[in-house]
Design a protein around this ligand. Structure first.
Ligand code: PBG
Length: 325
């Protein structure tokens, strides 16, 4: 009989003891801050579905990144919106596009900042799908060349990592080959390897103005019931040359994070997506939930499940609460 000899409560007796024996630690170094860049000048508009997050033009981005830097945040991930959309998302690979200009600006202003870019077409296509259409179907192989062009334009602007989020088969290999051929072998790939077709992206689609004009994304994003398939996606992306992999969303997929952690030898990122952020903000606004405690518990849970890094809209709040400055 272990009790009364074993008393787990002994190690919970004081804040000092609890801090000392805590297994999973959350630090500001673990956070990546997502940002939305838009064309134009002087733009800084709050996103209705993501209170506290903004659409920013390139000239208004550095002030936000500077503030985040001073709070200890070392990495950002950029999403771009175009001036004009068309069926092939032409502006996504424009060297003068908002994202490409933002990368150059941030790298110049903050040389030690890690700049990651989202590579996808959905924000840039008139139909809102993540690839090139053949009728109403997203044509996988026809999309790969476009994604490679987008990745080259981001890497050429100076991105440290490009992060394809489209879920086409073979895109990591196609992007790797194209980057290498362009002499950009030093640019890494953070693959959204495991991305489920999730309702928790709803607030993002407003933020990125990327809701599909017809149908949904279930023909390319993963079915929420599947775990084995996550391991297959990770294996394929690593074979194709991914340097880091992501699981997305985070909260409803902590078992997937844990499973991927067991097989992947590369850094693993969890995406604490827009819907997860919006739920906490909304409940906190009503006074139904204490925001600080909720956010830190959720982020700790993702770390405990196996994430090395967390991409989160809560990054600046969390950095302040963690006292990383
Ligand atoms: C684009 C993309 C999406 C998100 C990241 N990249 C939306 C989608 O797939 O519909 C979602 C991010 C979030 O919800 O915070 N493919």
């Amino acid at each position: 009989m272990s009790f009364p000899r074993e008393r787990p409560r002994r190690l919970r007796g004081s804040p000092g003891l609890r801090d000392l024996v805590r297994q999973t630690r959350l630090g500001v170094d673990d956070l990546i801050y997502p940002l939305f860049v838009v064309p134009g000048e002087g733009v800084c508009e709050e996103i209705a579905t993501l209170p506290g997050q903004h659409h920013r033009s390139v000239d208004r981005l550095a002030e936000e990144v500077g503030a985040a830097r001073s709070e200890g945040i070392r990495a950002v991930l950029l999403f771009g919106l175009p001036e004009r959309k068309d069926p092939v998302g032409s502006e996504a690979s424009d060297p003068e596009g908002a994202v490409q200009r933002a990368v150059r600006e941030l790298k110049e202003r903050f040389p030690d900042l890690v700049v990651i870019t989202d590579v996808c077409l959905c924000e840039y296509t008139s139909h809102g799908h993540c690839g090139i259409l053949d009728g109403e179907r997203v044509d996988n192989d026809a999309t790969l060349g476009r994604l490679a062009q987008v990745a080259i334009s981001h890497a050429g602007a100076g991105a440290d990592l490009v992060a394809p989020s489209d879920m086409m088969d073979g895109r990591v290999g196609a992007i790797r080959a194209a980057l290498d051929q362009a002499g950009l072998d030093g640019t890494g790939i953070l693959s959204y390897a495991v991305k489920y077709a999730s309702v928790f992206y709803d607030p993002f689609r407003e933020a990125a103005r990327s809701a599909p004009a017809f149908g949904d994304r279930r023909g390319y994003q993963m079915d929420p019931g599947n775990l084995r398939e996550a391991l297959r996606e990770v294996r394929l992306d690593l074979e194709e040359g991914a340097d880091m992999v992501m699981v997305k969303p985070g909260l409803a997929y902590l078992d997937v994070l844990a499973a991927v952690r067991r097989v992947a030898e590369v850094p693993l990122v969890a995406y604490n997506v827009s819907g997860e952020y919006a739920m906490v903000r909304a409940a906190a606004e009503r006074g139904w939930l204490r925001e600080r405690e909720a956010v830190l518990e959720i982020l700790t849970g993702m770390r405990r499940a196996g994430a090395d890094l967390i991409l989160t809209y809560h990054a600046r709040q969390a950095a302040r609460w963690l006292g990383g400055a």
